[in-house]
Ligand binder design. Sequence first.
Ligand code: ATP
Ligand code: MG
Length: 451
Amino acid sequence: MRELTPQQTVAELDRYVIGQNKAKKSVAIALRNRWRRQQVPEELRDEIMPNNIIMIGPTGVGKTEIARRLANLANAPFIKVEASKFTEVGYVGRDVESMIRDLTDLAVNMVKTEKAEQVQKEAERQAEEKLLDILLPPPPKKKGKQNQAFDKEVEKKHQRSREKLRKQLLAGRLDKRMVELELSSNTFPMVEIFSPIGMEEMGINIQEIFGGMIPKKVKRRRVTVAEAWRILTQEEVQKLIDMDEVVSEAINRVEQSGIVFVDEIDKIASTESSTSGPDVSREGVQRDLLPIVEGSNVMTKYGMVKTDHILFIAAGAFHSAKPSDLIPEMQGRFPIRVELDSLTAKDFVRILTEPQNALVKQYEALLATEGVKISFSKQAIEEIARVADEVNRRTEDIGARRLHTVMNTLLEDILYTVPETKRKSIRITRQMVKKTLDKIVTDENLSRYIL
Ligand SMILES: Nc1ncnc2c1ncn2[C@@H]1O[C@H](COP(=O)(O)OP(=O)(O)OP(=O)(O)O)[C@@H](O)[C@H]1O
Ligand SMILES: [Mg+2]
């Protein structure tokens, strides 16, 4: 996989997120800096600390969307967590260290998948031999000198039929034939073992402990040749992968290039008005989070993971709480602040039509499944954007999320009457938008409930 340059990263993000150029630029630089650091001579490498970022912006303007898309681009272990889901150590709930454990799990899977791809061909080849052994069991050998010549003859014949069979197998002609497979049952876990609360915190995986204790039962199953091939290949893949190697590679990746996106960080900032009551634990979560962001060792089921060089990107709407409501040490750990802009009607027009997952494209695709072609005039799009903007201003500003509700209300009738209506082509015009939405928009109570 290629490493993207900052400009390439921004270009990729542009396909999904409209505007917010400052934020895109910051995350793109941070992403590339991970790679740059890897190229620096070792003595200096350890000194280069990640520049953690905090994204600040109103709700629904693309903070999480940027992170989501970045995750797909970062050729690195990446996890998105919600700060509000964590509780202080000692309380019931998830402690902050679990984010590092999850990140490590993810990296292990990532490396395992890569390694699996590398050995796939070899595994298929070995599965092929195994399958041939099942389809045509090797002839029993007769002992004794006088039988040597005979054995050789039998063996030769066997080889010939085996090669014939191989041809048929590779051509897929045997796919539907049934064979019996012997499977060790732990490839099909029958019992789910629930770990008691607290075990996870210690980084212990009960299933793994007991998994080794329960004797591997061999189970016979009748499956098609095609299915058998798939199962055997999987078994071979598992055998060919060196798990120790996978784990050390995964831990290395987490430590050197891991990225944690901490969403909703404002939810753990305590505002003046809420310094009493259950909210004090928010500060506790911040205090727990500090050493991880700062750099410490976290015990995972795969071993110690150092967090010094993990990149943290935090985001929050900071409606009521301000970044300055975070404990000062925490603020210091996020030296780069980027603000995201509120979206305007102009942005809405673009958001409706341009991104790969644009709402208009989504509805076109949905209705196409019913054989209906829906299209929007330019003025109609502008009107939808204007309505969304107006409702945002009159009621709560929920950013681009408003577009979802507006579109949904606008198209409800159509979505309901298709496919019974005979119309095969529907054109949404400005008049139609006005007719459907005007009454709701002008009535504040109605728009509060509906849009
Ligand atoms: N700049 C944008 N470009 C394209 N789509 C956007 C943009 N901003 C928001 N959206 C759309 O709105 C939805 C909500 O945005 P997102 O989840 O990023 O909000 P957020 O900024 O994280 O808000 P919150 O603070 O409430 O978490 C996204 O799923 C996306 O479809
Ligand atoms: Mg969000």
